[in-house]
Ligand binder design. Structure first.
Ligand SMILES: [Zn+2]
Length: 315
């Protein structure tokens, strides 16, 4: 039997067909019409599934179930999206809407948890581990935890929200209303803020030249590029960035004791230095001082992790 994974993000809805060997056979996507609500997302997902079926010569009888990742908190028992601020959903009946088109079991899950599950299964192809943590450094900081081989979700199906762990008491104001959340420092957005702050204090920094003299052109990539050319201010930006990332990851290790932490998201594309710095922080800072240290690895599925994970929800 095959499986379908749906990733219903704030900007696009994507559907992937996963085969018996856990491989993505075909993927299709459409822009998400946020105003159309869950009815529109269900209709679009069903349309993408029909296209895949037509292309692959399949029908619903070839599929075991459909898993759906949603950027928010879900209640799978009731089939509801409890809250998704990007999609403006509150107690939205996503499963009932999808069931109008899809004659199969439909399972809902938070999208960061889906991504963690996708990366976990991919990692398990190489090595058998039971305790695994994923961090996504993108626009925000996403996180997902596998404990004893199962997704850890907490009593509200919302755990873990690592990005909103308090890292700097009284620090930068977060979109969630609190101050000093991890994602205000280690996301692409947080890195950009740090780069602009330090650039303003260092008008001779190479970051200005790379940005054509415009502060709005300084983003998360700028300090990496400038630092690789020896710019001191850019190195200061990265030192701060790695410091905050390391402090947060040490807390993750001390709380969850994962055997593996995988790091994904746009910021992780900046190369091995990020993985090396994260590993160094954990080696130096985690409470347990044994020969078995949590290993940090780069995520491997890119933006398809959520589709894989949705398709793996009941594997
Ligand atoms: Zn927050």
């Amino acid at each position: 039997m095959k499986y379908l994974g749906v990733d219903s993000g704030g900007t696009k809805t994507a559907v992937g067909l996963i085969n018996e060997e856990n491989k993505l056979v075909e993927k299709r996507s459409l822009a998400t019409d946020v105003k159309g609500g869950v009815a529109e997302i269900a209709k679009n997902a069903a349309r993408l599934i029909d296209e895949i079926f037509e292309n692959q010569g399949l029908t619903y009888s070839d599929i075991e179930y459909v898993g759906v990742g949603v950027p928010g908190s879900v209640d799978n028992d009731k089939g509801l999206v409890l809250y998704a601020n990007n999609l403006d959903f509150l107690n939205a009946p996503l499963r009932d809407e999808m069931a109008k088109y899809i004659p199969l079991p439909i399972y809902l899950e938070n999208d960061a948890n889906c991504a963690a599950l996708g990366e976990y299964f991919a990692f398990k192809e190489k090595e058998d581990v039971d305790d695994f943590f994923m961090v996504t450094l993108g626009t925000g900081v996403g996180s997902g935890s596998i404990i004893n081989g199962k997704l850890f979700k907490g009593f509200n199906n919302a755990a873990p929200e690592g990005g909103h762990m308090n890292l700097v008491p009284g620090g930068r104001l977060c979109t969630c209303g609190n101050k000093g959340c991890w994602e205000m420092y280690s996301s692409g957005t947080g890195l950009t803020m740090t780069a602009r702050e330090i650039a303003e204090e260092n008008l001779d920094s190479l970051m200005w030249e790379l940005a054509g003299g415009k502060i709005e052109n300084i983003d998360g990539r700028t300090p990496f590029e400038a630092a690789s050319k020896g710019d001191k201010a850019a190195k200061e930006v990265l030192d701060k960035f790695f410091y905050h990332l390391g402090v947060a990851l040490v807390s993750v290790v001390n709380l969850f004791q994962p055997e593996i932490i995988t790091i994904g998201g746009g910021v992780s594309e900046q190369g091995d230095i990020l993985i090396d710095k994260a590993q160094e922080a954990i080696n130096n800072g985690s409470y347990t001082k044994t020969s078995r240290v949590t290993r940090v690895v780069k995520a491997e599925l890119g933006n398809e992790a959520g589709i894989y994970g949705a398709a793996f929800l009941r594997r």
